[in-house]
Design a protein around this ligand. Structure first.
Ligand SMILES: [Zn+2]
Ligand SMILES: [Zn+2]
Length: 270
């Protein structure tokens, strides 16, 4: 009988990347942010690692996944939660192969239906064919409601994850909630029906691209407004462009809100 992790355990989070699709610095750019000496202005592509007991969840695997996993000393991945199929969030999936060398079970990947269909096209050799001997043994699951992730070495631990439907321009994407932590990158709006899933959060990570409007992302002002209505005890902003200087944004955000940065760690209640 698998046991679910107890209430006394916490959700431990490491932010692996906080940059928009180009990363920051942007190649060829010599603006103030791209040439900043503050390490918090260096942003790899957005990703996040979440541990509850011995269950380890990776949220997105973009082009920087390999160096992020080295930096954070990630030793095990029990599932990948995929917010959506944009290049900057999935192109590192093949780099999960070393986590499968142990010949335990496949790594399940959970995402929304439209992104699952796109991933089958983008990674046909993984998700459609699968016959090549070196293929990463990843298994795609389309999710609409809460699901359970178990530790792959079979120690019986598991954790419940709640997908949070959101919109990213015209695309349907997912955020994810684990305990009292929620991660909502690449969103331009969160529909009313999803707001009820974001109550009583200790920590929220939320999309905030820049001050200028963008069709697929929120501005700083839009993110502040949304963060206030969600009302998490602490909100960190992510997916930031090179138009955001860390210290400048930090200084003007309301209490309880801050820009995230690569390597940021925190805990939330389960
Ligand atoms: Zn993105
Ligand atoms: Zn995106």
């Amino acid at each position: 009988m698998p046991k679910t992790v107890t209430d006394s355990q916490t959700v431990r989070v490491t932010i692996l990347g906080t940059g928009t699709s180009t990363g920051v610095p942007v190649l060829t750019c010599d603006c103030e942010v791209c040439t900043s000496s503050n390490p918090k202005d260096r942003r790899l592509r957005c990703s996040c690692f979440v541990s509850v007991g011995d269950v380890n969840l990776l949220i997105d695997a973009g082009p920087d996944f390999r160096q992020q996993a080295m930096r954070a000393e990630i030793k095990q991945v029990d599932a990948v939660l995929i917010t959506h199929h944009h290049f900057d969030h999935v192109v590192g999936l093949d780099d999960l192969r070393p986590f499968l060398f142990d010949k335990r079970t496949k790594i399940p990947c959970f995402t929304v239906g439209t992104s699952a269909a796109a991933l089958r096209n983008m990674f046909g050799y993984i998700f459609r064919d699968g016959s090549y001997p070196g293929v990463p043994r990843l298994e795609l699951h389309e999710v609409e409601g809460p699901f359970v992730v178990s530790n792959r070495s079979g120690n019986g631990q598991s954790v419940e994850v709640t997908p949070i439907p959101a919109v990213h321009g015209s695309l349907h994407v997912l955020g994810f909630r684990i305990g009292r932590f929620a991660y909502m990158t690449d969103v331009s709006d969160i529909p009313y029906a999803s707001m009820g899933l974001l109550e009583d959060l200790d920590v929220l990570v939320l999309d905030a691209l820049r001050d200028r409007p963008h069709p697929m992302h929120m501005t700083i002002e839009q993110s502040i407004t949304l963060a206030k209505s969600i009302g998490a005890r602490k909100t960190y902003f992510t997916h930031m462009s090179h138009e955001i200087l860390h210290t400048e944004l930090e200084a003007r955000l309301p209490q309880g809100m801050a820009p995230a940065f690569d390597g940021l760690q925190f805990e939330a209640g389960l």
